[in-house]
Every structure is written in structure tokens, then in C-alpha cells.
Design a protein around this ligand. Structure first.
Ligand code: SAH
Ligand code: SF4
Length: 382
């Protein structure tokens, strides 16, 4: 099997060129062909010598994702399902907004963390994605969208690692992919516009700060350890105090001056006024040590196996008000792509479980009747 060139960041590609007996600077040309122009074939790379193109064709290939399906939502959201082999399917979602285009990328097939409110978590862990499988979601979507929309300029301005999987449990493959996103010869995205979302893998938050500080979102979901242990099992290993200390440390290298806390609103579970008051105390205690944060309240996207319900809108608003009154910047995430199951936690596992179609549709109807369309601030909130 030859090398997939999408597996390399620029440094890795330079090393690959050296192994082929080529000058390292050739890698920059090659990298630009791959990521800026979306080349799928060496023959397209007309400014490379024919002899080099032939050499490359013998030693390497360009393997993009295998599309299983594409779903277009009425609101412009597009969801792709990609086959990554052995029955595993991952999901990528494009969310257009007036001032930006956000791509939500997967980092693993399944997830080992097993959060109670997440359909990926219920599926269990299958495997880590390779760097090529991570970055090719952006590679494919960016070049597809340019063609689809008839645009020559960049379409995707923001990337959020909020698809399937826990990115910080696949750190070695994630890191080169982040570098390609940021590289001026790659996608040239600013660090502020690339967000890693984590359920709280504390040592890897510190690694990320050192290796590649991008915007950080932390999935908090509870104000105290007993409840968080139950919702996000990783909390037993890295409890809230440790997690918030890691967030505080991260801030000195972070490209934004705040950490985003995601908080999935679960009816009767973590959405009571008391929980909001506990959050205020928690944040205030850590603010004294230098933590600066904002909250993004996510209306839960229900799926039958969870046994959980979405908080109703007055509950979400009351919760947000307590945080806001305490001076904490708080937004409520607008749900996008409801009609195509593209919202968080409604990931490709659903598609694999074809027997669940009826149940899913019922849950979706219920979700839509819930009518959580209110926008305090739009967007992915990052
Ligand atoms: N594993 C990482 C990133 C992927 S999940 C993490 O947990 O942060 C991305 C976000 O979607 C997380 O904040 C997660 O808590 C949220 N999420 C998962 N399932 C959801 C659901 N059913 N409804 C709403 N948000 C959900
Ligand atoms: Fe994994 Fe994130 Fe889902 Fe938790 S919410 S199971 S960490 S993908």
C-alpha cells in the first residue's frame, strides 16, 4: 500500500519528499495542490516535473473519503456520511451562516467516553480515525462546496471538532490534521476559528496548549462531580476541579481569551435553577484563579435509547438568565439541520441502526414539536 498524502502535515510531507530523493520545498508545492486546489490526481499538478509526478504516482496516492450519502437541510446545512471501512460510518456537517461557514468534523468512529446523552457514546468505540481521515473531511467538503456553490474563494471559515469521537483521545492523529487546517499553504484558518471540543481529557489539554493552541470548548454538562460522573463517565478520572484548573492553564496559550463550556440541557437532570446557581459559584471560584469562560447551552437532541428529554425553552431561558445575571456570557445554541438529523449527538450510528428509523422519526418529531428554535445568539457558539 502506498502512502496517502492526506495523512501528512507540511513537515511530514517534506520528510516524505526527502525519502523520495526530492528537495523538501517540493512538499510546499504538493501541499498546495492537495489542500488549496483539492487535487485528486498527480496528473493535475502541472507545475511539477513529469518525472516527479510519475515518481509520486508510484509511491503515493490521494485517498479522500468515501461518500455514503449527502443530506441537504432546508436551512442550508449539509450532512455527509462517509464509509471508513469495516462497517464504520462517520459524519461531517457543514453549517452555513451569513458571516461564516462552519464544518463539524469527526475524530473517531464511535467514542469510548460513553456520555449518557450522546448517541455516539451509546454506540461504543470502534477505532481512531487517521490524520488523513480527519483532514479529508475538510478537504472534501471545502472543494465540494466551492464547486457546488460556484465559488473560488474559501467557503469554510471555521472548523469545530464536534462530530463523532473524543478528539483528545486520538491526539497523535489529530495534531497533524490541526496543523494542516492552520497552515498558510493548507487551509490557512486562524487558531481562533478552529475549535477542539473535549469531554475533559486533562493531560491532553495541556499537550494541546503546548503543541497547537486552538480555541477550546469543554463539555461540562454538570456543576458537581456526582452528576457529572453519571453523565460524562470520564469525570471519574478527571473531576471538575482538575478540569477547570487545566482550562485555566490553557488560557495563557489560547487564541481566545475565554474557554467555552458546553452544557447540554436535559430535562429534570441538570437544568434546574439550583444547577445554574452551583455553576455560578463554581465559575466564580475559578475566576479568582484566572479562569475566563462563556457558556453555550445546547438543547438536547433526543434519541430513544438515552431515556432523556430535552429541557423546554422556558427552563433553558430561566437557566440562562441566572448565568447572565451573574455576569457570565451565555448563549443558547440554535439547532440546525433538524430535518436531516444533523444536530449534535444524532450521528451516523443512527444510520447503521436501520431498524430504528421509525423510533428516530418519532423522536425527531417530538424534538421538533419541542420547537427549540429560539436564538439568544446564533451559531455553534464558539
Ligand atoms: N467528544 C467531544 C466532541 C464531540 S461531541 C465532546 O464531548 O466535547 C460535541 C458536543 O455535542 C459536545 O458538547 C457534546 O456534549 C454534545 N452532544 C452530544 N450528544 C448530544 C445530544 N444528544 N444533544 C445535544 N448535544 C450533544
Ligand atoms: Fe464521546 Fe463527546 Fe459523545 Fe461524550 S459527548 S460520548 S465524549 S462524542
Amino acid at each position: 500500500m502506498t502512502a496517502n498524502l492526506l495523512d501528512y502535515d507540511l513537515e511530514g510531507l517534506a520528510a516524505f519528499c526527502e525519502r523520495l530523493g526530492e528537495k523538501r520545498f517540493r512538499a510546499t508545492q504538493l501541499f498546495r495542490w492537495l489542500h488549496q486546489k483539492g487535487a485528486t490526481d498527480f496528473a493535475q499538478m502541472t507545475d511539477l516535473a513529469k518525472s516527479l509526478r510519475e515518481k509520486l504516482a508510484g509511491a503515493a496516492h490521494i485517498q479522500g473519503p468515501k461518500v455514503v450519502s449527502r443530506h441537504d437541510s432546508a436551512d442550508g446545512t449539509i450532512k455527509w456520511l462517509f464509509d471508513v471501512g469495516a462497517g464504520d460510518v462517520i459524519e461531517t456537517v457543514f453549517i452555513p451562516e451569513t458571516d461564516r461557514g462552519t464544518l463539524c468534523i469527526s475524530s473517531q468512529a464511535g467514542c469510548a467516553v460513553g456520555c449518557r446523552f450522546c448517541s455516539t457514546g451509546h454506540q461504543g468505540f470502534s477505532r481512531n480515525l487517521t490524520t488523513g481521515e480527519i483532514i479529508s473531511q475538510l478537504w472534501f467538503a471545502e472543494h465540494f462546496l466551492r464547486q457546488h456553490l460556484g465559488r473560488e474563494d474559501r467557503v469554510i471559515s471555521n472548523v469545530v471538532m464536534m462530530g463523532m469521537g473524543e478528539p483528545l483521545q486520538n491526539y497523535s492523529q489529530l495534531l497533524p490534521a490541526l496543523k494542516v487546517m492552520l497552515d498558510d499553504h493548507g487551509y490557512g484558518l486562524s487558531r481562533r476559528r478552529v475549535t477542539v471540543s473535549t469531554s475533559g481529557v486533562v493531560p491532553m489539554i495541556d499537550r494541546l496548549a503546548k503543541d497547537c493552541p486552538v480555541a477550546l470548548a469543554v463539555s461540562l454538562h454538570a456543576p458537581e462531580d456526582t452528576l457529572r460522573d453519571n453523565l460524562v463517565p470520564l469525570n471519574k478520572k478527571y473531576p471538575i476541579a482538575e478540569l477547570l484548573q487545566a482550562c485555566t492553564r490553557y488560557q495563557s496559550s489560547a487564541p481566545r481569551d475565554f474557554i467555552t463550556f458546553e452544557y447540554c440541557m436535559l430535562d429534570g437532570v441538570n437544568d434546574q435553577p439550583e444547577h445554574a446557581r452551583q455553576l455560578v459559584s463554581l465559575v466564580q471560584a475559578h475566576a479568582a484563579q484566572g479562569l475566563s469562560c462563556k457558556f453555550n447551552l445546547i438543547p438536547f437532541n433526543p434519541f430513544p435509547a438515552s431515556g432523556l428529554k430535552r429541557s423546554d425553552m422556558p427552563q433553558v431561558s430561566a437557566f440562562a438568565k441566572i448565568l447572565l445575571d451573574a455576569g457570565i456570557v451565555t448563549t443558547v445554541r440554535k439547532t440546525r439541520g433538524d430535518d436531516i438529523d444533523a444536530a449534535c449527538g444524532q450521528l451516523a450510528g443512527d444510520v447503521q441502526d436501520r431498524t430504528g428509523v421509525e423510533q428516530r422519526m418519532a423522536a425527531q418529531r417530538q424534538g421538533m414539536l419541542g420547537g427549540i428554535k429560539v436564538v439568544v445568539a446564533k451559531g455553534m457558539g464558539v
